[in-house]
Structures are given as C-alpha cells and as structure tokens.
Design a protein around this ligand. Structure first.
Ligand SMILES: C[S@@+](CC[C@H](N)C(=O)[O-])C[C@H]1O[C@@H](n2cnc3c(N)ncnc32)[C@H](O)[C@@H]1O
Length: 244
C-alpha cells in the first residue's frame, strides 16, 4: 500500500463476495479513506459501504450511474485530488472489467492501485467445506468458466474431468447441465449450487447433476450463483451431502 492515503488516488478494491467483513484489511482502510465511493449496490451487501466508508463520503451507485458518470468521477479525482474507491465484486481479476478500469485511470494520469479480494468461488468452497484442488490427477487442475457466451465450451472443458466452477449461470442452467453430462460427468454426480454466498439470502446446496437445472428453477435463483462439479464434490467432506 502506498504511504499516502490523502493525495488524489483511485483505488480498485476487491469487495469480496458480499459480506462486509470479507474485505481485506487493505481494502477496508482504503475505503475508509475515500472521498467518493463508486459501487454496484446490487452486487454486494449494503454493509460493505455502511461499515467501512466515511459517513460523509459521496456514494455513486452503478446503476443508475453509467460508465460516463463513473469516468466523470475519475476526472474530478484527477482535477481535485480526490480519493476514490471503486468497489469491484469478489476478486476483480475474475470476470471483471479491471483492464478497462486501469486504462481509464492511466488515461487521466491518476495514481491508482489494485487491491485483491475474496472471490465468491472461495466463499462457496468455504461454505461447502470442500478442497477445490483435490483431484485424482497429480496436476490437480481446477477449471473456471462463465456459464454464458457463445458458444459456451462447457462440453470440451468437462472432458478433463476436473473440478469446474461456472460463474454467471442464470438462465443457462439447463443447457449447462446437458453439456456437462455430454462432456463426461455422470448424470448422478454430485454438484453444488452456491447462491449469494455470505449474504443473508445465501443458499448453498448439493444435488445430482441431472437435477441441477430443476433445483435452480425451483428456488428461482438469479445469476448471483456459482455451480461446481467434479472431484471436489465427489470427495467425502462434512459439507457435502451424499447424492440422492
Ligand atoms: C461478473 S462475475 C464476477 C465474479 C467476481 N469477480 C468474483 O470473484 O466473485 C459475477 C458472477 O460471480 C458469481 N458471484 C458473485 N458473487 C457471488 C456470491 N456472493 N455468491 C455466489 N455467486 C457469486 C456469480 O456467478 C455471478 O454471476
């Protein structure tokens, strides 16, 4: 961390999976020093800002703010020497817009710093009490992918038989279930659904892979959900219930 928290600076902070006490100490300190906090109000619990930001800090929520509004805050930071905390959910380097954000800071000649965060994947693993990199293969691979995009190469990824975590599942659950089975996971394999982990609305459960889409639909889980399948879910663990 740089020694000056008061000069104009743009902090890109990993905000963690949702809970206010899952920011790093560094992120919490930077947030507490911010004149302006830019955050996705729907992406993290209110406590993240309420517990760490100064009461007088200006809050800019995205949405309704758009990128142009956020860039206007960065312009002001450069001109007025403001400290801005830009909260990015989970760990910013995973399925985030961190490159664009850094470019925006550079273009403005702003001093900036990135602070890593606790990804929702690690929060999900903790809730499930699983070891993500347990595997029969000695290289112990772990595959991360988003469950959207065209085409979603899930079937090819599944052929490795590794533990796989799929972010942004949303309305694609049925297609993902089909592709995971087509790629080689057993229909009766245990998989996990981790929804809004560390939020008050958290839902974390396991089910058979061929019941994945129905389980998500029955609980009407939005895309704030990760699914996991593979050896980490097959290994015995206290948080993993046996397949039905
Ligand atoms: C754009 S990605 C950002 C991921 C984020 N950078 C991270 O490290 O968690 C958004 C996806 O992350 C997952 N996600 C984020 N927070 C979550 C949470 N608290 N519980 C479950 N999944 C979450 C969901 O799959 C969501 O669709």
């Amino acid at each position: 961390m740089s020694d000056s928290l008061n000069a104009g600076k743009l902090w890109f902070l990993g905000a963690g999976p949702g809970a206010a006490d899952l920011l790093t100490v560094r992120a919490a300190r930077a947030l507490a020093a911010a004149d302006v906090v830019v955050w996705g109000k729907a992406l993290m619990t209110d406590g993240v800002v309420e517990e760490h930001a100064r009461a007088e800090a200006e809050l800019v929520s995205w949405p309704p703010a758009e990128m142009a509004d956020i860039h206007a805050v960065y312009d002001r930071a450069a001109q007025e020497g403001l400290v801005v905390a830009r909260l990015l959910w989970g760990e910013p380097s995973l399925y985030g817009s961190v490159r664009d954000e850094v470019r925006a800071a550079r273009e403005r000649g702003l001093d900036y710093e990135l602070v890593p965060g606790v990804t929702s994947l690690f929060a999900a693993a903790a809730a499930l009490e699983i070891e993500l990199t347990i595997a029969p293969q000695s290289s112990r691979p772990l595959i991360l992918s988003q469950g959207r995009g065209d085409p979603v190469p899930v079937r090819e990824l599944a052929r490795h038989g590794a533990t796989m975590a799929l972010f942004m599942v949303g309305e694609r659950a049925e297609e993902l279930q089909r592709e995971l089975i087509a790629g080689g996971y057993e229909a009766g394999a245990r998989c996990a659904i981790a929804h809004r982990v560390t939020w008050p609305q958290e839902v974390v459960l396991t089910c058979r892979l061929d019941e994945l889409a129905a389980t998500i639909a029955a609980r009407d889980l939005d895309r704030h959900t990760i699914i996991l399948v593979g050896p980490a879910l097959e290994a015995d663990g206290p948080g993993v219930s046996p397949p039905s």
